[in-house]
Design a protein around this ligand. Structure first.
Ligand code: NAP
Length: 304
């Protein structure tokens, strides 16, 4: 593919930025990729492993002359980073981000951006529990959704080009209102993460009682929870603080359903449990039919 941008600046050099770099190179989407991370340690690792064509020592330097600037830091840091780069942004540049929540990021970033600079927020629905500059890989976004949440007045040509960029990275692209995005993600990602964190915490408390049984007999369900609960603590702290309302709304509904199931178990209402599990099984089939997961047993992993 012919390059879409002359210079892409990646601010933050973790899993998402690293994967973007590799995918940009795979598809030849930019002439040059410049990177910056706040710690000297991360910048040194990035230089060592050849992550980015150039790694520079300030965010301001990274965005100079860039026609696409990607904010790839935790959502709670987006506002401060936007303030730091604002005076150095090139007229006509597009600023975007990959934050897992959208309304709070828009609120934090928009006030800092100068006239003549565009902003189109994005969220690639792709990730792993790994983080840091060595964790990225080119295939991360392949066949995964990237949700764009453009605001009113967004330049249609800018949007079209940016959409092609994510398609070039391997994604399927959709557009959504930021508030709606936050509610959808509270259901599909944020609340499930909180449940996984809680379940692993509960098992850890139990583990102290039952020695190593929790780890030794860790079956698929619990193992999957531990994988999710190993996700980056800073990123997830920021997600819940930034998507407070939607997460609390979904947690409220979750708690009600949990109580209903708890009551069905206590009163021996097997029909309730069976009907419920039949409904949820159909949802899993729907996910597989939509090509969003594999129907291989144990998610295609080798049972050990
Ligand atoms: P990551 O691997 O932990 O990398 C985060 C990067 O941000 C690091 O380079 C870190 O710098 C920098 N950073 C951390 N705190 C900062 C601060 N206060 N100010 C400036 N820079 C800071 O994270 P990631 O998984 O790539 O996530 C980046 C963004 O993508 C987040 O907004 C997250 O919500 C979003 N996202 C993540 C996933 C996922 O599954 N991981 C999926 C979709 C979207 P140092 O290395 O110098 O500490």
């Amino acid at each position: 593919m012919a390059h879409l941008y002359d210079r892409v600046a990646l601010i933050g050099l973790g899993l998402i930025a690293g994967s973007m770099f590799h995918a940009i190179k795979r598809a030849g989407l930019a002439k040059e990729v410049v990177g910056y991370a706040r710690s000297a340690e991360t910048r040194d690792v990035a230089r060592e492993i050849g992550l980015c064509d150039r790694v520079v020592d300030s965010a301001a330097q990274a965005v100079e002359g860039a026609d696409l600037v990607m904010l790839c830091v935790p959502v709670g840091a987006m506002g401060a980073v936007a303030a730091e780069i604002a005076p150095s942004l090139q007229q006509g540049a597009l600023v975007s981000d990959v934050g897992s929540t959208k309304a709070a990021v828009i609120e934090a970033v928009t006030p800092h951006l100068p006239e003549g600079v565009h902003f189109i927020p994005a969220h690639p629905l792709a990730g792993t529990e790994q983080s840091g500059p060595k964790s990225g890989f080119a295939e991360l976004f392949d066949n995964r959704w990237c949700l764009l949440t453009p605001q009113e007045g967004t330049d249609p040509a800018m949007l079209l080009k940016y959409k092609s960029f994510w398609e070039g990275l391997g994604s399927k692209v959709d557009e959504m209102d930021a508030q709606h995005h936050d509610l959808v993600l509270a259901v599909t990602s944020h609340t499930p993460h909180l449940i996984a964190y809680t379940m692993v915490g509960v098992a850890d408390d139990l583990g102290r009682v039952t020695d190593s049984e929790v780890v030794q007999y860790s079956a698929a369900g619990f193992r999957d929870f531990t994988r999710i609960a190993a996700s980056d603590p800073t990123m997830w702290r920021d997600v819940f603080l930034a998507n407070k309302d939607a997460t609390l709304e979904i947690l409220g509904r979750f708690t009600e359903e949990l109580f209903a199931l708890q009551r069905a178990i206590r009163t021996g209402d097997g029909d309730h449990l069976h009907d419920y599990f039949t409904r949820t099984r159909a949802i899993r089939r729907g996910i597989i039919e939509a090509g969003q997961d594999t129907d291989a047993p144990n998610f295609g992993r080798n049972a050990k």
